[in-house]
Structure formats: structure tokens, C-alpha cells
Design a protein around this ligand. Structure first.
Ligand code: WT7
Length: 652
């Protein structure tokens, strides 16, 4: 996307369709009308602290907070003086009410095995796992890396950390050994919880082998806990590696929850930025749980009898907030599915919805586009009548995909909530409240109550309706990240220094005449591949670490399925010539360094990269070249114009 120097963005998308909330849905919803929504928002804007305090009181506190917010720009503390425990709020408090024997997690493995854990069963498992961590010497504040398949033990491990005040750092199972090692090292994790392997499209994902590989570069890990998932042969290093079954099964299910400060760290989760290595986004207990709990009600309109399925892996924030913490804090029944959507066939998701009677389904636009490609025939014989609400997250959804989702999956009956948020925001920020807000395909609609979102120029001035600009959040909110792990300066720099006095999201957006937000994608050097953020810098570093590569510049280009694809411009050492074999080698190298998600879709060898006189790579030009755009705009600062001509000549 092109931004001009003031931060204004040309916006081209126009979509006029509008869908009112179905009357039947509204009549039963938590928020029943636009008027009710407006009243909530007004209350929140008039007195944000009183509003959020009221929200926070939906949690169980061991000690009530005595101050709602302490805001020392840009550092926030929420619910100061209060103490609570996230696992207590997700488990124990439901045992006293009527939810003791309610299904907390309905899990299905890729091979077709399944398990149901009631709240009591889950609480017992979490208690055992928490005692196991204690036995391994894990203490309050210690970091525990979790590198697991999407099995119940992944959630159990997270909640076990939360129970004893340890900090989890979940690393997506699709990341490589290298990426895992970087994250373990940055967090200085003491224990790593993993599995022998996971299932993906009928094959093994070699998690334990990757851990062994990663730990060659890590010195802080003292113990590795290994869950037997697929039964493949793995090596166990004596003194370091222990089997989950042997360690956890013999523990007592009773483990008193640590009484933790509201601002105690709950977890860190690594996410990509524009420069340097991924940063550990830090979330703390009280604010994060308040935000995730409230959004279960506002956005997903969660009721006692719902069966909620968020398809995200727990390795991403979506899995943290809407598979584990949000649903469990709300006492919901959450579905978890381990494997690929097309195993053994392309109807797996629809079979799961049918089998368990899923009522709320939350997935990513990239998945929806894939379903469209696979064809309606996979859906038509499945009974999806249990569904009452659909959601999307991760990237802007194209109106065609939105309409298909509504018609084919939602039977023209279910509202769609397009939810905008980020790893950093902790929970959903902009989304329709489905009983109250009419939807427009492609728009995340309006900010939630208490969320002060705005579209501004680089100088922080509001832009007029339908003018593109930069998306900012003007007031702190409970779920916000507190810092970057051990790097408060980077936190300030990345989020609070670009536009005066406010949180900058990195996204471009416009607001239409009804006040609806249309997210236009990232304005920084971050690509969004299949709804996941990748820093172009990271891919560049991976490429440059290959002995043949002298310099690399990575940009995104529009991709019909994935949202954005990765294109790498590469110059080689010592004037070497590139060939197809080297391209393959470099692509494989990036997979090894980061993971399959980052694999470049295209590699272009070039003698030189277009640079400004000060030596900065002109990514805007590369982006335009990569997407085949002929109008390159202002090139007056380009150092060597012939570079550009050559790059364009090389286009296929
Ligand atoms: C970036 C955050 C938060 C969960 C998954 C991704 C993009 C996210 C939407 C949406 C348009 C969206 C933004 C954002 N994004 N949701 N509904 N419409 N764009 O988390 O990896 O932290 O990425 O994803 O660009 O900044 P993440």
C-alpha cells in the first residue's frame, strides 16, 4: 500500500452491501440494538476507568484492586493492587457453579481420536501439571517454552504455568528449530514442554527432534517434558528429558493457585516487527483476562449452551485468547482440532461442526478462500444448522469471500463478525457486536466499547471520512501489551514514538461516512501471510545467512489465497550467477531458518538493489515491481536509476 508523506493513503475499495442483524438474533443477544451499543460506548467514553472496573469485576479476585489504571506514558498498569489467578478464573470458579461437569474442551485429533474434558477433569489435569512444573523447580516468574501440537495438553501446560505464576512462551509448532532456539534464548526459558511429534496431513511434525536441534544453541533449558502423541521413536537425554506421562500422572490434582498481582506477567508471545528479531509481547493477568472475557460476550455473544470453535493454533495469539483464556474464563465449551482442514478430505471442518454441533465458528480469511477453491460440494452434504454466528480474523477479508462464508457456511442466517486486533492488543478491538451493528462485507465495522480507535495522519490529525490514514488507539485499554520482553525501549520506539501520544498499530485504515473502519493492511515492512505477520527483516536475515547471498530485500505482493506472498530480491556473493537450483536451495534455507510460513513464493536475483543516496533500500519500488505495478511514482531519490530499469527488464 502506498502512503504519501503525510500518512494519507489512497483508498480504492468501495463496498455498498449492508446486512442488518437478524431480528431473531438481536432479541436474544447480550447487546440487542444499536441504541444499547451506543449507550455502552458512551458510558465507556465518559468514564473509561469506571467502565473497565465494572468489566474487571466479572473476574474472581483474591484481593480487589484499589486503582483502575496507572498510566505513565507509555506504560500502563491495570487494576493496581488487585490479586488473582488466571487458571482459577478459567477453572476453579466454574466448579462451584453448575459447570463442573460441563465440557470445557472437546478435542479431536487428526487421525480421528477424540477426548472431552469437563471443567473438573481439566482442573485436575492442570493441577497435576502445575505440581509437575513445581517438582521440576519452576518458580513464579520463570519462563516455560511450550512447543506442542494442538492437543489438550497444550492448553493444560499453559494453564499450569498460569496456576503457579510461571510465564509461558508458546512457540508455534510449525516454526523451525532455529526459530524455536531464538525464542527460547530471548525468553531465557528454563523448561520446554513438547511432544514426540504432532500430526499434520497424515505425516509427523518432528517436534522433539526440533527441540533437540534447538537446544544445541540454548543454555537456559534445564528440563524438557515430552508428551507421547504419535509414538515415534525419539531420543531422550537422561537427566534432562522426562516423559509427560511419567511425570504428571503421579502428581496430586490439587495445586493451590498462586495469588498473583494483577500486573504479574501471564505470558510472552513472539511476534514480528519491522526490525531485528521477533519481539516478546508481554501480557499480564488482570487486564488481559478482562479484555478476553468481555469480548466473548460482546463479539461472540457467548451463551451458556454455545459450542465455540476457534480454528487457530495455540501458537498464535488467537489461540491464546480465543481457544484458551477467553472461552475458559467465560465457562464456555471450546472445540480444538489438531490437524489440517483437508485431512483425510476437504470436508473435515464441516464434519467437525456437524459432529459436535458447533454454534460459533471463528476462522481466517485465508482458510475461507481455500474452502472456496475446494468447492461447495464439500459443504453441501453436511448439516451446519447448529451454527448461529461466524467470525474472521487475521487480515482484511475480501467481500467475495465474506459473501461466500455467509451464504455457504452461514446459510444466509448467521451474522459475521470480522474482528480486527493484534498480538499486541491482547483481544478484539474493532468488530461488530452482532446483535447491534449492521455489517458490511470487508469492514470490521466499529470499535468495541472503551476502545478509542481513530484514523490519523503522521501528525496525529484526524482524517476526513473515507480518507485513508493510519490506525491508532488513543487511550490505553486493559488487554494492551505492557512492554516488549526485557526491552521497554523497543516497546516505546515501536508503538508509541511514531505518532505523538498514541499507540500506533502499523495498519492503514479508512473510516466511512457511518464511522465504519476498513482496514487496509500494514504500512510498515511487515507482510501478512495467511493471517500471520512476518517481518521482512527476518526473512532477509535468513537469506543473508546463506553463504551465497550478499544482500536481500523482501517485500510482500498480493496473493489470491494467502493475502500476501513473499518476494525476495537477492544479490549474490562475488558476482555468482543465480539459477533455479539455488532458488530452491534458498527457499529451503528460509524454511529451515524460520518455518514453512516464511518460504519465499518468488526469488529474483539481481546485480544490485535500488537504494537511496543514503543507502536505504527503496522497498516501495520493490513492492511495486513485485506486484507488477508499472507506475512507480517518485524515483527522484533513487541513487542509480539503471538498477530499476534492470529489475523491470527481468520481469517475466
Ligand atoms: C495484524 C495483526 C490478531 C489475530 C491474528 C493476527 C491484521 C488482523 C484483521 C482484520 C484486517 C486484520 C492487521 C493487524 N489483521 N485482523 N479483521 N482485518 N486486518 O495477529 O499476527 O498480531 O497480526 O493482522 O494487519 O495489524 P498478528
Amino acid at each position: 500500500m502506498a502512503t504519501n508523506p503525510s500518512g494519507q493513503i489512497d483508498s480504492v475499495l468501495t463496498e455498498v452491501r449492508k446486512f442488518e442483524p437478524p431480528a431473531e438474533f438481536s432479541s436474544k443477544a447480550w447487546v440487542k440494538s444499536l441504541a444499547e451499543h451506543q449507550a455502552l460506548c458512551k458510558r465507556a467514553d465518559d468514564d473509561p476507568e469506571a467502565f473497565w472496573a465494572e468489566c474487571a469485576r466479572n473476574l474472581d479476585w483474591f484481593k480487589p484492586f484499589d486503582k483502575v489504571l496507572e498510566w505513565k506514558f507509555p506504560f500502563a498498569k491495570w487494576f493496581v493492587g488487585g490479586s488473582l489467578n488466571a487458571s482459577y478464573n478459567c477453572l476453579d470458579r466454574h466448579l462451584k457453579g453448575g459447570r463442573r461437569n460441563k465440557a470445557a474442551i472437546i478435542w479431536e485429533g487428526e487421525p480421528g481420536d477424540s477426548r472431552v474434558l469437563t471443567y473438573q477433569m481439566l482442573a485436575d489435569e492442570v493441577g497435576r501439571a502445575a505440581n509437575a512444573l513445581r517438582e521440576l523447580g519452576v518458580q513464579e516468574g520463570d519462563r516455560v517454552a511450550i512447543y506442542m501440537p494442538l492437543v489438550p495438553e497444550a492448553a493444560i501446560a499453559m494453564l499450569a504455568c498460569a496456576r503457579i505464576g510461571a510465564v509461558h512462551s508458546v512457540v508455534f509448532g510449525g516454526f523451525s528449530a532455529e526459530a524455536l532456539a531464538d525464542r527460547i534464548n530471548d525468553a531465557e526459558a528454563k523448561v520446554c514442554i513438547t511432544a514426540d511429534a504432532g500430526w499434520r496431513r497424515g505425516a509427523h511434525v518432528e517436534l522433539k527432534n526440533n527441540v533437540d536441534e534447538a537446544l544445541k544453541r540454548c543454555s537456559t533449558i534445564q528440563k524438557v517434558v515430552v508428551l507421547k502423541r504419535v509414538g515415534n521413536k525419539v531420543s531422550m537425554r537422561s537427566g534432562r528429558d522426562v516423559w509427560w506421562d511419567e511425570l504428571v500422572a503421579r502428581q496430586s490434582p490439587k495445586c493451590p493457585p498462586a495469588q498473583l498481582d494483577s500486573e504479574h506477567m501471564l505470558y510472552t508471545l513472539y511476534t514480528s516487527g519491522t526490525t531485528g528479531k521477533p519481539k516478546g509481547v508481554v501480557h499480564t493477568i488482570g487486564g488481559y483476562l478482562t479484555h478476553t472475557l468481555m469480548t466473548m460476550k460482546w463479539v461472540f455473544d457467548l451463551k451458556e449452551e454455545d459450542t465455540f470453535w476457534c480454528t487457530a493454533d495455540i501458537g498464535w495469539v488467537t489461540g491464546h485468547s480465543y481457544t484458551v483464556y477467553g472461552p475458559l474464563a467465560a465457562g464456555a465449551t471450546a472445540v480444538m482440532y489438531e490437524g489440517a482442514p483437508n485431512f483425510p478430505h476437504e470436508d473435515r471442518f464441516w464434519r467437525i461442526i456437524e459432529k459436535y454441533g458447533v454454534t460459533i465458528f471463528y476462522t481466517a480469511p485465508t482458510a475461507i478462500r481455500t474452502f472456496i477453491k475446494w468447492g461447495d460440494s464439500w459443504v453441501k452434504d453436511r448439516d451446519l444448522s447448529s451454527l448461529r454466528l461466524l467470525g474472521t480474523v487475521g487480515e482484511p477479508i475480501n467481500p467475495e469471500a465474506w459473501i461466500w462464508y455467509r451464504r455457504v457456511i452461514g446459510g444466509d442466517r448467521c451474522p459475521i463478525v470480522d474482528t480486527w486486533w493484534q498480538t499486541e492488543t491482547g483481544g478484539i478491538m474493532i468488530a461488530p457486536v452482532p446483535g447491534a451493528i449492521a455489517t458490511k462485507p470487508g469492514s470490521a465495522t466499529r470499535p468495541l466499547p472503551g476502545v478509542a480507535a481513530e484514523v490519523v495522519t503522521h501528525d496525529g490529525k484526524s482524517v476526513a471520512a473515507n480518507q485513508g490514514g493510519l490506525l491508532v488507539i488513543k487511550r490505553p485499554w486493559p488487554g494492551m501489551l505492557r512492554t516488549v520482553f526485557r526491552d521497554p525501549e523497543r516497546y516505546r520506539q515501536q508503538y508509541f514514538s511514531q505518532i505523538d501520544g498514541v499507540y500506533f498499530t502499523g495498519d492503514g485504515a479508512r473510516r466511512d461516512e457511518d464511522g465504519y473502519f476498513w482496514i487496509m493492511g500494514r504500512v510498515d515492512d511487515v507482510v501478512n501471510v495467511s493471517g500471520h505477520r512476518l517481518g521482512t527483516m527476518e526473512v532477509e536475515s535468513a537469506l543473508v545467512s546463506h553463504t551465497s547471498v550478499a544482500e536481500a530485500a523482501v517485500v510482500g505482493r498480493p496473493d489470491e489465497m494467502k493475502g500476501q506472498g513473499v518476494v525476495a530480491f537477492v544479490t549474490l556473493e562475488g558476482g555468482r550467477n543465480g539459477n533455479d537450483q539455488l532458488k530452491q536451495e534458498l527457499r529451503a534455507h528460509v524454511v529451515k531458518e524460520i518455518g514453512a510460513l516464511a518460504r519465499p513464493d518468488e526469488i529474483r536475483f539481481t546485480d544490485a538493489l535500488p537504494k537511496t543516496r543514503s543507502g536505504k533500500i527503496m522497498r516501495r519500488l520493490l513492492r511495486q515491481i513485485a506486484s507488477g505495478d508499472q507506475t512507480l511514482g517518485d524515483t527522484t531519490t533513487l541513487e542509480d536509476l539503471s538498477v530499476l530499469a534492470k529489475l523491470r527488464d527481468d520481469e517475466e
